[in-house]
Design a protein around this ligand. Structure first.
Ligand code: ADP
Ligand code: ASP
Ligand code: MG
Length: 420
């Protein structure tokens, strides 16, 4: 039997009882004859707690030190899981990201994996150990400093290791039974999807469905690693994310995703001249900010000026505003506005390609729920809107309803976690 990589998220290892429960599942997989590599996240909400602690000490902690602090969270769980496994009669060895050979670039807080050299993991497996790896962390190739992969990054550690070890499957254990048509915390009638294509899962993850980290899905698609998302609290079958879902099985809409992690910046009164947008976006790119939606209005003839709005991660808001305010003299815009009271709601479905009228139905559903649309963007298989943050839940529920996505079985179960 081959190698199985299992990842347990924070809510699955939230306390001692959770750690013991997870250890039993790991041991059962080992007893079934597999070589087992386990990736763990920090316990419960401890990453958030560490971030808050850092901010109490310093309003703008240095990236390097913040990574050093946050990686401690995963180190705690990896050691405890190894101890719990030992207690049930099997031998486990825990490894930090660096020891497991997770090599990244130097972008603290959002590092990209550039190589995985899991020599020590292979050796441990060869000696009959269960290998436990701290998720979400790596080591910079250049500086040799400890890095983190961005919030939710343990999923990516798991898939990257699965690819490097040529594992049969990467199992992502979490606090819900799989991937649903919407976040079950918002829509209790959401239906579990037994199979999701990489393509659709990529859009859902990119639109904020935090059940899987975006880069983990990108990685899985590139290396063709099947992902099995399932609950560590139940024995249900879960959801499979793999290469192609048969066209015949493809629903028009596979789900509704939402995201409350973005903010909107508006540059008001930009002179309508060649090169102004380029100047603004070059500045943001130099500051290494990833933008999401961009909207530019047609300039008003009377003023010869236009407004440019874009969305970005809230965590980059301060950096973006500082960089843009330095441009004021050069570009000659009138005003800079920042709004972090927004949310994004997206409708995703591969069948959208061949079905007209989806946007009309989506926007009508939002109107019916009294939701005002601030921005719109589309891809071939997605429509996203920016709405007021307080309206996100209503918007998700209305869209889910309008496209008849609810399941007719039991309500979706949320087994743990705080949804933070
Ligand atoms: P973990 O701690 O296991 O990494 P996360 O909190 O990162 O768990 O991800 C699981 C959560 O993702 C669920 O509890 C659920 O609230 C949320 N979620 C968002 N969208 C979806 C979806 N489409 N299907 C299932 N869960 C979703
Ligand atoms: N502990 C990290 C976080 O909370 C990584 C993860 O859970 O995947 O973002
Ligand atoms: Mg997660």
């Amino acid at each position: 039997m081959g190698i199985v990589v299992q990842k347990y998220g924070g809510s699955s290892v939230a306390d001692a009882a959770g750690i013991k429960r997870v250890a039993q599942r790991i041991v059962a997989t080992k007893r079934a004859g597999h070589e087992v590599v386990v990736v763990v996240s920090a316990m419960g909400d401890s990453t958030d707690d560490l971030i808050e602690l850092a901010k109490e000490v310093s309003p703008l902690p240095q990236d390097r030190e913040l990574d050093m602090l946050l990686t401690a969270g995963e180190r705690i769980s990896m050691a405890l899981v190894a101890m719990a496994i030992a207690n049930s009669g099997h031998e486990a060895r825990s490894f930090t990201g660096s020891q497991a050979g997770v090599i990244t670039d130097n972008a603290h807080g959002k590092a990209k994996i550039i190589d995985v050299t899991p020599g020590r993991i292979e050796k441990a497996l060869g000696q009959g150990y269960i290998a436990i790896v701290a998720g979400f962390q790596g080591v910079s190739q250049d500086s040799k400093d400890v890095t983190t992969l961005g919030r939710g990054g343990s999923d990516t550690t798991a898939v990257a290791l699965a690819a490097a070890l040529n594992a049969d499957v990467c199992e992502i254990f979490t606090d819900v039974d799989g991937v649903f048509t919407a976040d079950p915390r918002i829509v209790p009638t959401a239906r579990q999807l037994p199979k999701v294509s990489y393509e659709e899962m990529l859009e859902l993850a990119a639109c904020g469905a935090k059940i899987l980290h975006l880069r983990c899905v990108e990685y899985a698609r590139r290396y063709n690693i099947p992902i099995h998302v399932r609950s560590s609290f139940s024995a249900r079958e879960g959801s499979w994310i793999n290469s192609k879902v048969d066209e015949m099985e493809q629903a028009i809409i596979s789900g509704v995703a939402h995201d409350r992690s973005e903010a909107k910046v508006t540059v008001v009164g930009v002179p309508d001249k060649v090169g102004e947008a380029a100047r603004i976006f070059e500045t943001l790119s130099e500051a290494e900010i990833n933008l999401d939606m961009i909207v530019q209005n047609i300039s008003a003839a009377s003023t010869g000026r236009t407004d440019i709005s874009f969305t970005l991660p809230r965590t980059d808001g301060q950096t973006a505003m500082t960089a843009l305010s330095r441009l004021k003299g050069e570009v000659g815009y009138e005003q800079l506005l920042y709004d972090d009271g927004i949310g994004k709601v997206s409708l995703v479905g591969a069948g959208m390609r061949s079905h007209p009228g989806i946007s009309a139905k989506f926007f009508a559903a939002l109107a019916g729920a009294g939701v005002n649309i601030e921005m719109i963007s589309t891809s071939e298989i997605r429509i996203s809107v920016i709405v007021e943050e307080g309206m996100v839940d209503n918007a998700v529920a209305a869209a889910h309803d309008a496209f008849d996505l609810a399941g007719d079985e039991i309500e979706a179960v949320v087994y743990g976690g705080t949804g933070r």
